[in-house]
Every structure is written in C-alpha cells, then in structure tokens.
Design a protein around this ligand. Structure first.
Ligand SMILES: Cc1cc2nc3c(=O)[nH]c(=O)nc-3n(C[C@H](O)[C@H](O)[C@H](O)COP(=O)(O)O)c2cc1C
Length: 143
C-alpha cells in the first residue's frame, strides 16, 4: 500500500559547507530512494528542511529511521501517516531555495508554519506550495 509522510526540521548545515553537504545528501538519497522505490521531495532552505516521502510503509519507515539519526538537522516534526491513491511526486527530487527575498517572504513562512503547527492542513499547504512553485517536482519522468 502507498504510504506517505512529511517532516520539517531545523537545519544544522552551516553556510560554509552547505553545497557539499547537500550534494552528499542528494547523491545518497538518489541511490537509496530509487532502490527502495521511495519518491518525494526534499526542500532545503537556510533554516529548514522539509521532506515528503512516499512509498511502501516499511521502506519509508526504514529511511525515516536513518534520517532521524542524522546530525545535520534537529527538532524534527513528523506529520501523521498520509494516504493518497497515487504518488504525488512520482520521482525523487531535491530542491534548494537559496536565501533571498522570495524565500524569506514566501517559502520560509510556509515551512516554519508547518514546523510550528504540524497538522494535515499545514502539510497539504506545503505540498501544494511545492507543486505550484516547482512543478517539475511533481511531473512524471520522461524516460
Ligand atoms: C535533511 C536530510 C534528508 C535526508 N534524506 C535522505 C533520503 O531521502 N534518503 C537517504 O537515503 N538518505 C537521506 N539522508 C541521509 C540519511 O540521513 C543518512 O545519513 C543516510 O541514509 C545513511 O544512513 P545510515 O547511516 O543509516 O546508513 C538525509 C539526510 C538529511 C540531513
């Protein structure tokens, strides 16, 4: 059965080695998530990570156990398990929002809101926001 969940955490990745750390996360996630058939997105901003994972419940749980032990973030707030009929993000993608006016005005408030109040409404709002602002994340792969 298809199961999904989202978490928002506080990033501990310093500005100096942000690029290297994000590349490392992306490379490993791509390998492991494809192997586990887990799709979704990881959004990184200066202050937060927001990650949506969907796939087999056991595979998502396995991944989540590793992710929760990772010292590159803290204060991880998990959504309840969510059920959708189809994958919302049919491939694995990661996107980084660098600092700037758009991010501080539009991205951070939604992610921070989700971190403060994690419930179905805030999760749906964040998912919709990602699908609207980065529509390629939700598109089918062109293979
Ligand atoms: C914000 C964040 C998101 C991550 N997302 C994934 C992911 O989707 N898939 C993955 O394999 N590793 C991800 N990682 C890396 C894992 O936390 C972990 O370092 C890696 O899976 C190795 O785990 P292991 O030491 O249990 O083998 C993420 C790390 C961070 C900080």
């Amino acid at each position: 059965m298809l199961s999904s969940l989202l978490y928002v955490s506080r990033s501990l990745v310093g500005h100096a080695d942000e690029g290297d750390q994000l590349l490392a996360i992306q490379a490993l996630s791509h390998l492991r998530n494809v192997a586990l058939d887990v799709t979704g997105f990881l959004v990184s901003t200066q202050n937060h990570f927001a990650q949506f994972l969907e796939g087999d419940a056991d595979a998502v749980s396995t991944l989540m156990q590793s992710i929760m032990m990772d010292k590159r973030h803290t204060d991880i707030r998990l959504s309840p398990w969510l059920e959708f009929d189809d994958r919302l993000f049919p491939h694995w993608r990661m996107t980084c929002f660098p600092t700037g006016c758009f991010v501080s005005r539009h991205v951070e408030p939604i992610i921070a809101g989700c971190h403060e109040r994690m419930n179905t409404n805030s999760v749906i709002r964040l998912i919709k926001f990602v699908r609207d602002t980065a529509p390629d994340l939700g598109r089918m792969p062109t293979r």
